[in-house]
Design a protein around this ligand. Structure first.
Ligand SMILES: Nc1ncnc2c1ncn2[C@@H]1O[C@H](COP(=O)(O)OP(=O)(O)O)[C@@H](O)[C@H]1O
Ligand SMILES: [Mg+2]
Length: 579
């Protein structure tokens, strides 16, 4: 096997060194026998092969080493976290690609720069304390702070530990930096969502408590209103009869008129109580209403009064309609909605005795029309805000405490919501929302007019059946109508009335609605099935004037609210029997 010539300078150098080392031990080949030379050559050949094999192994492990070094570098550079090696002064000694990318800088430009340069100024102390802890404890320490990518801050988590050298001296630190902005943002969002939810639950609970409280107050008020109506009706009926009997006795009549006017005041309170407690809206009467128009016309019709009053007292009020934007119509009873606006406006003026600004704004939100009415008045404390819609709650010397309860009842019946917001001494805002209507304005849903019915043509026989569980009212009515020339039968219960209707023929049934066992509604339904139907007049302390009763097969010819004017009643009776 021939010796290959040295391949390059390094090989030649190696060969020279080898020859030098070989010299002292040179085997005296010339003294060897041929057999020994052959053996030696054989040995040398084997040795050469062994060396070549070793060299091959060495090359292989060098390739492997190179590969794993590359792998390590890839892992290091392209790790999803930034690796920073800092010297003991906090200057960057080494950084991987990911780390440089995080800081938005070229890798080489970061070397020998202090890492603190990339910490948000306000968090510099956090970083200082973190490094101090690492150098003191020698343990792995973590902290969260804000760093800078260019001039954009981001949330980072730092995980640092000291790297001891061979003599166990610590002069380098490894910091692993993770961008945790997404996590922090998610946490912030979650917190916001939680807060919104908590707030909504609070508001909802408050609304629920409010509506529960008002519901039970409604039940109570209905009872009181009904009872009072009956009492007032009796007193009023008696007074009217006394007045008729004592014509010409002016002094007595004057006294009686005074009592009557108090009875009327009482009746007005009862009417307003009923407005609050009335649960069902007669949706047949609903029309499409343009709230903006309604606001403007309410202000136009009521403004002159306030203006004159304010000018007289030298007080300045401003009405701000800048926020009134065009919105969809809502379905409602225009008269009732006007009453809502007037009640709120009245309260606002009451709250601004020294003048101020009353502002209106409208907007649409998730299928609802929202109306806000704000004043710059005295505002309300917490307690007033929670009681504002309670019937009879007032903080005013001459207040009735019924305005806002009527507003509440009306808004509810219109399928809407109402809330009050206020700050003491700063003013109050009433926020109302109603479902937006699909219909365009001006289309009346109802095709009949209130109070007008089409009676059948019937002969006049003057037979009137009075049905009322309040015997006193029945008696008052009986004597009055008898006095007016009618043939009157009075019965104080529904069952008896049905018996009488079977036996006798009446021209008119004058009926109370709310009676135990058989109610006025039941009697109406029996009449509906009769071949010869008497006229029906309803006298009630229950409902507001309406001739349409839920689930009823027949309409009343007229409805009179208790307490009633005997003259009005007579008028209605005469009218209905004339047809
Ligand atoms: N705009 C407002 N500013 C301050 N307080 C108000 C306002 N609206 C209503 N209130 C409070 O709510 C109470 C109830 O109002 P309301 O039912 O209209 O009855 P009244 O006006 O007869 O007192 C008022 O007495 C007042 O304390
Ligand atoms: Mg009021």
């Amino acid at each position: 096997m021939g010796k290959k010539p040295p391949e390059n300078k390094t090989d030649a150098e190696l060969r020279r060194k080898a020859l030098e080392k070989l010299n002292p031990y040179t085997i005296p080949v010339e003294n060897l026998s041929e057999a020994e030379v052959r053996k030696l050559a054989h040995e040398l050949q084997i040795h050469q092969i062994e060396l070549e094999m070793q060299a091959e192994e060495l090359r292989k492990s060098q390739t492997l080493l190179e590969e794993s070094r590359q792998k390590y570098l890839n892992l290091y550079d392209l790790a999803p976290v930034g690796y920073f090696t800092l010297d003991e002064k906090g200057f960057i000694h080494e950084v991987n690609f990911a780390g440089a990318f995080m800081l938005g800088a070229e890798r080489h430009s970061l070397i020998n720069k202090p890492l603190s340069k990339y910490i948000v100024r306000e968090d510099a102390d956090l970083f200082y304390l973190h490094r101090k802890r690492v150098s003191e404890t020698g343990n792995k320490e973590t902290c969260e702070l804000r760093m800078l990518k260019g001039d954009q801050p981001f949330h980072a988590q730092l995980e640092s530990r000291a790297i001891p050298d061979s003599k166990n001296n610590i002069n380098q630190y490894l910091i692993i930096i993770t961008d945790i902005s997404a996590r922090i943002e998610a946490q912030i969002k979650l917190k916001e969502i939680n807060e919104t939810l908590e707030y909504q639950i609070k508001v909802r609970t408050k609304e629920l408590l409010q509506s529960k409280k008002l519901e039970s107050m409604g039940i109570m008020t209905t009872g009181v209103a009904h009872g009072f109506n009956n009492i007032l009706a009796i007193i009023d009926g008696k007074i009217q009869m006394l007045m008729r009997e004592n014509k010409g006795r002016e002094k007595l009549l004057e006294e009686l008129r005074l009592i009557r006017s108090s009875v009327k005041d009482g009746a007005e309170i009862v009417r307003r109580m009923n407005k609050f407690t009335k649960v069902k809206e007669d949706r047949d009467w609903f029309v499409a209403i343009d709230l903006c128009e309604e606001i403007k016309s309410t202000i136009d019709s009521t403004h002159p009064g306030w203006k004159e009053c304010a000018e007289r007292e030298g007080i300045a009020y401003t009405i701000n309609l800048d926020g009134v934007k065009h919105v969809s119509c809502i379905m409602g009873n225009p008269l009732e909605l006007r009453e809502v606006l007037i009640n709120i406006i009245k309260n606002a003026f009451d709250a601004m005795p020294g003048g101020g600004t009353l502002s209106f704004s409208t907007r649409e939100e998730n299928g609802s029309v929202v109306l806000e009415i704000s004043d710059t008045g005295i505002g309300m404390d917490e307690e007033t805000q929670t009681k504002i819609f309670d019937p009879f709650f007032t903080t005013k010397e001459r207040g009735t405490g019924l305005g806002m309860s009527i507003v509440y009842g009306t808004v509810k019946r219109h399928g809407g919501k109402i809330a009050a917001q206020s700050q003491k001494e700063r003013g109050s805002t009433l926020i109302l929302s109603f479902p937006a209507a699909k219909e365009s304005p001006g289309i009346t849903k109802s095709d009949h007019e209130p109070g007008k019915v089409t009676p059948e043509k019937r002969g006049l026989r003057n037979g009137i059946l009075i049905v009322d569980d309040e015997a006193t009212i029945g008696k008052v009515l009986s004597s009055f109508l008898t006095g007016e020339g009618y043939n009157v039968v009075f019965i104080d219960n529904g069952a008896g009335a049905l018996d009488l209707l079977k036996k006798d023929e009446f021209d008119l049934v004058l009926c109370d609605l709310g009676m135990p066992d058989i109610s006025g509604w039941d009697i109406m339904n029996v009449i509906a099935a009769m071949a010869k139907k008497p006229k029906i007049g309803i006298i009630t302390g229950f409902l507001n004037a309406s001739d349409d009763f839920p689930g009823n097969k027949i309409k009343a010819d007229f409805v009179i609210n208790k307490p009633f004017e005997l003259d009005n009643l007579l008028h209605s009776i005469n009218d209905s029997l004339r047809d």
